[in-house]
Design a protein around this ligand. Structure first.
Ligand code: PEP
Length: 254
């Protein structure tokens, strides 16, 4: 298993070409921070330009359509984002599950399509606040994993899981380090039950209000292999703060 923390920025529906300066600054700094694997998922419109600006970091998409092509106005296929320069895609983000009624089955189709197109995938899972309050968080997350993860020959090395409690996204609230560790251990158990012993090597990221100030603490939790970062990835200054904190957390863990 790679022990380099994997820190992925999700720019969501933010950014015009003016924001490429941030990507450039992140890429330049990543050259000095080789202990961390850094990636950015800009909106579709910036994938190609970001790939051209950034040499070192991975560039990905935030979503893909399950079909290779066809009459799907406004949608974009895995082959298209790959052609634009994306090496991976996020699938199943809770904003897509909620805004576009994406079920686990749809998320799995998207993950399978991305892998078929030769890309890596980050599959997002996470419970709502009501699900946590009613004691169902672990069942919800393991159910999402069972329904959303890609299956088939040689897929495991292409998969990363992001645990993102819905109530922690963009709210400034985070679970305790103990709760994060407990959920990540449960996810690990489920990955091994789905993929066999290879499931032990799948990276599990934490996402939800990660900031430079809390990154070291959150990333030190059990089984956390990195972070999926929304708001705090929009400027090089805050994203680099997280990247540096993750390098420190990694040193303390090893
Ligand atoms: C996200 O949307 O993936 C996310 C984690 O957002 P934020 O960091 O802003 O909570």
């Amino acid at each position: 298993m790679s022990i380099r923390p994997y820190i992925v920025g999700n720019w969501k529906m933010h950014g015009t070409r003016a924001m490429l300066a941030e990507a450039r600054a992140i890429d330049r700094a990543a050259e000095r921070l080789l202990k961390v694997e850094v990636a950015l998922a800009p909106p579709f419109t910036l994938i190609h330009a970001t790939r051209k600006e950034a040499n070192l970091i991975a560039i990905g998409a935030q979503d893909v359509h399950p079909a290779d092509g066809g009459a799907h106005t406004g949608d974009v296929s895995a082959a298209m984002v790959k052609d634009a320069g994306a090496g991976f895609t996020i699938v199943g983000h809770s904003e897509r599950r909620a805004d576009h009624q994406e079920t686990d089955a749809i998320v799995k189709e998207k993950a399978d399509a991305a892998i078929d197109a030769g890309m890596n995938v980050i599959v997002c899972v996470g419970e709502t606040e009501a699900e946590r309050d009613s004691g169902k968080a672990e069942d919800v997350v393991t159910g999402q994993l069972a329904g959303s993860l890609p299956t088939g020959e040689a897929v495991v090395e292409k998969v990363t899981v992001a645990y993102e409690p819905v109530w922690a996204i963009g709210t400034g609230r985070t679970p305790t380090v103990e709760d994060i560790g407990a959920m990540h251990r449960k996810i690990r158990e489920k990955l091994v039950s789905i993929y066999g012993e290879e499931g032990a090597s799948v990276r599990i990221l934490y996402g939800g209000s990660v900031k430079p100030e809390n990154a070291a603490e959150l990333l030190a939790a059990d089984e956390v292999g990195g972070a999926l970062v929304g708001g705090a990835s929009l400027t090089a200054e805050s994203f680099l703060g997280i990247i540096m904190a993750s390098a420190e957390a990694q040193e303390e863990k090893s």
